[in-house]
Design a binder for this molecule. Structure first.
Ligand SMILES: [Fe+2]
Ligand SMILES: [Fe+2]
Length: 297
């Protein structure tokens, strides 16, 4: 296939790297049945995330809560993180398999294979996350405002590298958030293992997304790149805010939550709290430097 016809062009060197990603995936398949010691159950007396990473930590709203209420918030915030993964990741196989059915003759075989693996892995992740939610007795949150439509309606109509780029941005932020808060010894063991097991596959998804995105920004016509940059400048701040504090939380708490879901002034205060700024600068350092390099914000 000539380079002009290829819808996801990659250099020879990167095609070889994609082959390695596929090999690693085939050698390390996440198995739904054995990936977690399901029978151990989830210990909800332990924190599933760092206590000082609560969305309202460091504010008077948090100081006024009891220890039980703070622990409840930690589990609700984790339920939100997992719900987000479920909503987002179950859209990816539809999007990526759509590329194969629509542009099959414009894709090289290495990329086609990896799109299939990527899709398959997201299906297993989604089922694993759902099982964890059930065992931990956690309720799903609503689909993330704006992002769900982006993935299910907007991106399928755009070109594949653009869909892969925006999928990457969302997945990468979600993945950095989950890992940054869940891997220390004080964390509930099943939760820690869940995010760790997921991370192995995600690290490859992120690498693939970066290569496709970098090749697009380097080679696509200037007006297409400008369109993508305009979109990402609008989406990235919303994405970061959504991860920092989700205003849906009062709907889930067993107690009266101090910030109403439509109190925009207080919501802004939490999005910009000192503690949240600190957490975001720690967990998103690599992400920010990559998007800056590509001029995406
Ligand atoms: Fe995933
Ligand atoms: Fe992924």
């Amino acid at each position: 296939m000539s380079a002009e016809l290829n819808i996801l062009p990659l250099s020879e060197e990167r095609i070889n790297k994609v082959k390695k990603l596929s090999k690693t995936s085939h050698d390390n398949v996440m198995d739904f049945k054995t990936v977690l010691p399901w029978d151990n159950g989830v210990d909800k007396s332990l924190y599933p995330k760092q206590p000082d990473h609560l969305w309202i930590y460091g504010t008077p709203y948090c100081d006024a809560l009891t220890d039980e209420q703070r622990l409840e918030l930690a589990w609700l915030e984790t339920a939100r993180d997992i719900s987000m993964f479920i909503w987002l990741e179950q859209t990816i196989p539809v999007l990526y398999m759509g590329y194969i059915t629509q542009y099959g003759d414009q894709l090289n075989k290495e990329t086609t294979e990896y799109l299939m693996i990527f899709s398959k892995e997201e299906i297993v992740h989604t089922m694993t996350f759902k099982r964890f939610m059930k065992i931990a007795n956690l309720d799903m949150w609503h689909p993330p405002v704006g992002l769900y439509d982006l993935l299910t309606k907007t991106l399928p109509k755009m070109s594949p590298p653009v869909g892969i780029l925006f999928t990457l941005l969302i997945e990468w932020v979600a993945e950095l958030g989950a890992m940054h808060t869940s891997q220390k010894d004080n964390i509930e063991p099943m939760t820690r293992q869940l995010f760790k097991a997921h991370h192995f596959d995600e690290a490859r998804h992120i690498a693939f997304g970066r290569w496709i995105s970098e090749a697009f920004i380097e080679n696509a016509p200037a007006e297409q790149v400008a369109q993508v940059r305009a979109m990402s400048k609008e989406i990235i701040p919303k994405l970061i805010n959504m991860f920092t504090y989700n205003p849906e939380i009062p709907r889930h708490t067993s107690f009266d939550f101090p910030i109403a879901s439509d109190d925009q002034e207080k919501i802004n205060e939490i999005w910009n709290s000192e503690n949240n700024q600190r957490i975001n600068s720690e967990r998103f350092t690599e992400f920010y430097s990559w998007i800056d390099k590509l001029g995406l914000r």
